[in-house]
Design a protein around this ligand. Structure first.
Ligand code: SF4
Length: 186
């Protein structure tokens, strides 16, 4: 029987393979698709070139090149930060959302995980989260976890949330986004 890690690696390879296939049709490299997928998942503190290079483990040069290509293809647009004009945020365009939808439909068929019970899905999810956390801790990587699992996350009332690090309010939809500054709660 293959080890669990072999299986995880194989699933990852197959997903990358499918991404390459779709990328060829859309004239995009795998890294371009990874950039779009990251920007779709991350919060407003993490949609910067620096956060991207941390998340993908790529050099700033590679990230800059990818941003140039994606801008040219009108898949992302740069928006200067309100407070610090040296910082730019990378926003997905409606065209990029369509590309991501196509990728989701082709790679992650809706019923792939639906056929398992909630109990099985939860157990697999918890196990994978634990493996990921150990790997990140051992190698000193940022966690890039979901906002609601962060030690700075505060629930102030019904649908009222705040980031304890920036002191800014968070919308409900932001609580499930991933963040560069995420630190797991103890
Ligand atoms: S609570 Fe944590 S994860 Fe959420 S925005 Fe603040 S630092 Fe990021």
């Amino acid at each position: 029987m293959p080890s669990s890690l072999d299986l995880i690696e194989r699933i990852g390879q197959l997903i990358r393979f499918e991404q390459r296939e779709i990328g060829v049709r859309e004239d995009l490299h795998p890294i371009h698709i990874q950039v779009l997928q990251y920007l779709d998942k991350c919060n407003r503190y993490s949609d910067t070139p620096l956060a991207l290079s941390h998340y993908l483990g790529s050099t700033k040069g590679t990230i800059s090149q990818s941003i140039l290509v994606l801008e040219k293809k009108q898949l992302i647009k740069k928006v200067p930060d309100n407070k610090d004009k040296r910082v730019v945020h990378l926003k997905l365009t409606p065209k990029a959302k369509k590309v991501l939808l196509k990728i989701d439909e082709q790679i992650f068929t809706d019923d792939l995980l639906d056929k398992y019970s909630d109990h099985v899905n939860n157990t697999v999810n918890k196990t994978l989260q634990s493996i990921l956390k150990d790997l990140q801790t051992r190698n000193n990587h940022r966690t890039f976890g979901q906002c609601s699992s962060c030690r700075f996350f505060t629930k102030e009332g019904e649908n009222k949330y705040r980031c304890g690090l920036t002191s800014e309010p968070l919308k409900l939809e932001e609580t499930v986004k991933i963040c560069l500054e995420h630190e797991p709660s103890k």
